[in-house]
Design a protein around this ligand. Sequence first.
Ligand code: HMG
Ligand code: MG
Length: 330
Amino acid sequence: MSGADAVGLPMRVPAAGLPEAVTIYEVGPRDGLQNEKAVVPLAVKAEFVTRLLDAGLPIVEATSFVHPRWVPQLADAAELMTELGDRLGDRARDLPVLVPNDRGLDRALALGQRHVAVFGSATETFAQRNLNCGYEEQFAMFAPVVERSLAAGIDVRAYVSMCFGDPWEGPVALERVVAAGVRLLGLGASQLSLGDTIGVATAGHVTALIEAFGAAGVGVDRLALHFHDTYGQALANVQAGLRAGVTTFDASAGGLGGCPYARSATGNLATEDLVWMLEGLGIAHGVDLAAVAATSAWMAGHLGRPSPSAAARALAPALDRPADQAESGG
Ligand code: HMG
Ligand code: MG
């Protein structure tokens, strides 16, 4: 039995009123690696994506077709998707990739990608900092991307960043977020991922935002939640989302992540932290926790520092220990 098989799991004690199953949308290779100081070698990236898929993650966002000068960490997007095609065959074409504009979509189409994501901002300042255009202009940039994608049979996810606060503009009113989200869905996006880019959300705020979308006619079936754990609130915020009926949560293996264009953006909600909590709540997720933790430990070795995830750190010693010496979880 491998060391990873010795990793424990929490005792399963379901709570009433929560979904039976959720989808974890893994963003580590994209949101995680875009924020690393050093460029991770292509072979390591490819191995990272493959290991996450092998761990049972149903969706792994692989990279971004953004301007290589803006995000040099992901400048090898085309080479990575080609390498993943060699490793995974047709399955690589279903891995979502970020595309901000027509040029990005051209690059993704040339490789035959079937899932893309545009990423908008609820605020003017972040639109300028992240996309080099104004709040209004961003919709004009995304409109042809979504239209051409749908015409080609490609599914489009839309992110909204700065849903709970913006480092330059401060708190962001619910109405502004709903307005941005409704416009992105109106372009034809199938799902809206609400980004707490700088991790300032708290649970009541999450509930209020989901209710505000509901009042605007956007149900929880079209929403995903994307938390960064800057202030340690990500899991509490997931709980609020679960209670409201949201069933898609973005997470990053080992808690890697951040946005190079958002001051004070730090790690994403760690996939291990999320899986640990879902497991304890008896909510189906389909992910092998030991395999994700082993992947994060392996990636931490490449990055030269330990994972910021509490669960990943707690699980790490058990990965090196024979099964009969491991403590049971709980
Ligand atoms: P720009 O410089 O304004 O681009 O950048 P442009 O349209 O003026 O074009 C200038 C040159 O760039 C042209 O080349 C274009 O062809 C080229 P030239 O004619 O001079 O030779 N170009 C491109 N090349 C390759 N790929 C492209 C591309 N586009 C133009 N896609 C742009 C505008 C949007 C491209 C730039 O601002 C950009 O790449 N921004 C991306 C920033 C980014 O990736 N941020 C992180 C992701 S967002 C995030 O992390 C938040 C999220 O996790 C949710 C949350 O947490 O809130 C999703
Ligand atoms: Mg993010």
